[in-house]
Design a protein around this ligand. Structure first.
Ligand SMILES: Nc1ncnc2c1ncn2[C@@H]1O[C@H](COP(=O)(O)OP(=O)(O)OP(=O)(O)O)[C@@H](O)[C@H]1O
Length: 273
């Protein structure tokens, strides 16, 4: 077991996208932003099973993004964290993670294609990549853009796209990274219902072997995709696990999922009282 973002070095030759997806465990954790007296998270216990989808729901402002950003190593020097964060592999977590933020974070001066290729380009700067490898990356990026329905927009700049299209570019960029752990913060929120439905299916198919943590405000989305479902509630927030139906994912809506949806809404409503 490895403790959180440990300084252990990954061997240079290690190809991260070939690493088996790890499970993640959080034990009795708390998180507080520096310059704030309030804890955002407290007594947090969560288990993200290897190669499965964990969905997290919770009232706006309860700390879901803070948790994901901490896991993505984006809150260094900004928060005080206590508690245990461990993974089932002996590798630093930060090298295993692809993170898709709530805002698409696309580079405005880069084309859609170059935005999707960005992480490859950055890593190519440190590891020399041959022409053949580069052209494989471009083909893969084009395929992903086709799968998210943007093959006719690959040379557009982000400002020429709608919010939902930008979200699809961000999804393609996340898939392109091919990391064993994928953290997604409301990845489908700006999409129309049918595009959302299709991209949920696509993401599920393409992220089959990954450990996925997905934040959503949509109970139906969580029910469709979750192997494991948490509701974060309280202030500071803790996480409660809810049992999901033992059915194939992505789930179709049936009486069992309707009853889970009611349970989720009841829990969420309680948190506003
Ligand atoms: N950089 C920061 N410094 C101080 N406090 C912060 C910072 N970022 C977030 N917070 C506070 O942490 C709490 C949790 O915010 P967070 O964005 O994690 O919530 P959330 O559950 O993701 O909300 P939403 O569903 O609206 O995205 C909020 O009270 C917020 O004001």
């Amino acid at each position: 077991m490895t403790n959180k973002h440990s300084a252990k070095q990954v061997p240079k030759q290690t190809v991260l996208n070939e690493i088996k997806a790890p499970s993640l465990d959080i034990k009795d954790a708390s998180l507080r932003y520096h310059h704030s007296e309030q804890y955002v998270l407290s007594s947090l216990n969560m288990h993200f099973p290897a190669a499965q989808w964990t969905c997290i729901l919770g009232r706006s402002g309860c700390g879901k993004s803070s948790l994901l950003r901490y896991l993505a190593n984006l809150l260094v020097d900004k928060v005080t964290w206590s508690g245990q964060l461990s993974t089932s592999t002996n590798l630093p977590l930060q090298n295993q993670i692809a993170y898709m933020a709530q805002q698409d974070l696309l580079m405005p001066w880069l084309s859609v294609l170059d935005n999707v290729l960005l992480s490859e380009k950055l890593s190519n700067k440190s590891h020399k990549t041959g022409k053949q490898q580069k052209s494989l990356h471009i083909t893969k990026a084009q395929q992903l853009l086709e799968q998210v329905g943007l093959s006719d927009k690959i040379h557009y700049l982000p400002q020429q796209l709608s919010g939902g299209m930008r979200q699809r570019v961000a999804l393609a960029r996340t898939l392109m990274q091919n990391k064993p752990v994928v953290l997604m913060d409301e990845p489908f929120s700006a999409l129309d219902a049918v595009t959302r439905y299709r991209l949920q299916n696509l993401a599920h198919q393409l992220l089959k072997d990954k450990t996925v943590v997905l934040i959503t405000h949509d109970p139906q989305e969580a029910i469709r995709l979750a192997n494991q479902l948490y509701i974060m509630q309280g202030q500071p927030a803790f996480a409660e696990s809810l049992t999901v139906p033992d059915s194939q994912i992505p789930r179709s809506f049936d009486t069992q999922s309707a009853s889970l949806q009611q349970q989720i809404l009841d829990r969420l409503e309680q948190d506003y009282e």
